[in-house]
Design a protein around this ligand. Sequence first.
Ligand code: ASP
Length: 336
Amino acid sequence: MKESRKKRILLIGTGGTIASEITESGGLAPELTTEELLARLPAISDICETDCLQLLNLDSTNMTPAHWLEMVRCIRDRYGDYDGFVLTHGTDTMAYTAAALSYLIQDSPKPIILTGAQKPIGFDSTDSKTNLMDAFRCAAADLPGVSIVFNGQVILGTRARKTRSKSFQAFSSINFPHLGILRDGVLLRYIRQDCGGSPVFYETLDTRVSLLKLVPGMGRDLADFLLARNDALIIESFGVGGLPEHGGFYSCIRDAMAAGKIIVLTTQVENEGSDVGVYHVGHALKNELGVLEAYDMTTEAVVAKLMWILGRTKRRAEVERLFYTPVARDILWPVE
Ligand code: ASP
C-alpha cells in the first residue's frame, strides 16, 4: 500500500507570550524565534514536515492592520508550497487578527491556524506546548479556512473572542459552536466545512473605522469626534440595541449619514447579538436613519469586516450588501 506523504506546514512567528521571555528591563517580551519554539517540541516531526518563518516578533498589543496585510502577503506568496499554515500570535489581539484574515483570505481550502499561549513556552507550567501541538494537528487536517486553536478547542476565525485574561481557557466562540475539540491529541470535528474552491486574497483595508462603547448618560460629543475622523463608527450599545433619546444622538446620526458615513449598531452583551427593532429606542435607527446592525457578529469581526468592505467600496448600497453577506459564517441571523 502506498504510504501517504506527510503534510508540509509553514510555521509563521509573529510574537506573543508563547515566544516571550523575561527581559532585563522588566516584563515579558517576545524573544524566541520560530526555530527556537520548534526545537522545544521535537514531537511535531511525527505530525508533519515543518518550515519556519519569522515574520514579526511583537506583543500583539502592538499589532496593526498593516501587520495583518503582511501576514496575508506572506501566506499568499507561499500558498502553493504548503498544505497548511500555523501562525503563533499574542492572545490579546488574536481575535482581531483571526477575523481580519478571515476577510482577507476567503475560501481557503487549506487550514490557516492561529495559536498562542497564556504562559511562555519556557515556564514550568505552560499551555504553549499543547496549543502548538494541537495547532499543527489541525493544520495537517482538512480544516479549511481561518481558525484559532487554543486550549483544546477549535474556534472559527470570525467567531473568536478573548474572554479570559489569565487562565488557559482564554478564548470563547461567540454565537457559534466550536468547530471541534482536541482530546488527547485527536481532533474531533463537530462541524465540517466546505473544502472546495480556491482562495481569494484581498490586500486593501480602510482603517478609518472607529468604535464607541456607550455608557449611561453619554452625549454625542465623542461620536461627533470619531465620525469627523473616520469613515465608519461602530456603536456598542446596550442590550439588543438602541440609542439614548437624550444627548443628541439622533441628530448626530442624521448629520453623519448626510456626510456619507457608515454607522453600525452592536451590543455590549457578549452573547446572542442585537435586534435593534425591538424597542422604541432602536426602531427608528434602522427603519428611518439607515443604521446597520451587527446581529450575531462579534465586535472584532465587525471592525475587520468594515475595514475590508470600505477598502473595496464606499458606495452605501454596496457597503450594506457586503456587510450583510455572510463571510466565513460571521453572521447567521436573520440572513441565513
Ligand atoms: N501581551 C501578550 C500578547 O498579546 C499576551 C499573550 O500573548 O498572551 O502579545
